[in-house]
Design a protein around this ligand. Structure first.
Ligand code: ZN
Ligand code: ZN
Length: 163
């Protein structure tokens, strides 16, 4: 799965930039080169639109549309000790178009790998972040420790109320 690390990193970083509550530091530290906070405003719209529905068919249709919209070209590359894997860049100029193309390709690779069910809504009901659960045992439910803690406090209060 070494080659998948790059596309998963791109997706995690795009989610962190698109959904402000997401724990950023941890994700960005492991993210791919290229995406930074400067890309956030343009990325946010593209990412949130692409993930408006998490069904396999909708994800695929939207990611395909993003690749077309940004005139993306796909190339097989090798970098940072990873094995050969796909990258997308935009024929338009500009790093934001590149970032959106790379995000769209990452989404398609995740669907192609059958991993789209790892994309879920943050389990905190007051949060609209999308979480990609890359953990082996599929245990990640919250976009951030803040959401996890808020949920734990609310659950604790609810239990006390019922006692
Ligand atoms: Zn890569
Ligand atoms: Zn959250």
């Amino acid at each position: 799965m070494r080659e998948a690390r790059c596309s998963v990193g791109t997706l995690q970083t795009a989610l962190a930039l698109a959904y402000p509550r997401t724990d950023r530091r941890r994700i960005l530290a492991g993210g791919p080169a290229g995406l930074t906070a400067e890309d956030a405003p343009a990325l946010r719209t593209a990412v949130q639109d692409a993930l408006a529905s998490l069904s396999e068919v909708d994800l695929t249709r939207r990611a395909n549309a993003l690749l077309a919209e940004h005139d993306a070209q796909v190339a097989l590359v090798r970098h940072d000790m990873l094995s050969w894997h796909l990258h997308a860049t935009s024929r338009r100029r500009g790093r934001t178009s590149d970032a959106i193309s790379q995000f769209a390709l990452s989404l398609l690779l995740i669907v192609a790998a059958g991993d789209q069910d790892r994309l879920t809504n943050c389990a905190d009901t007051t949060c609209d972040s999308i979480v990609f659960d890359a953990s082996r045992n599929r245990s990640r439910r919250f976009c951030s420790t803040a959401c996890g803690n808020r949920h734990a406090v609310a659950a604790f209060r609810e239990r006390r109320r019922q006692e």
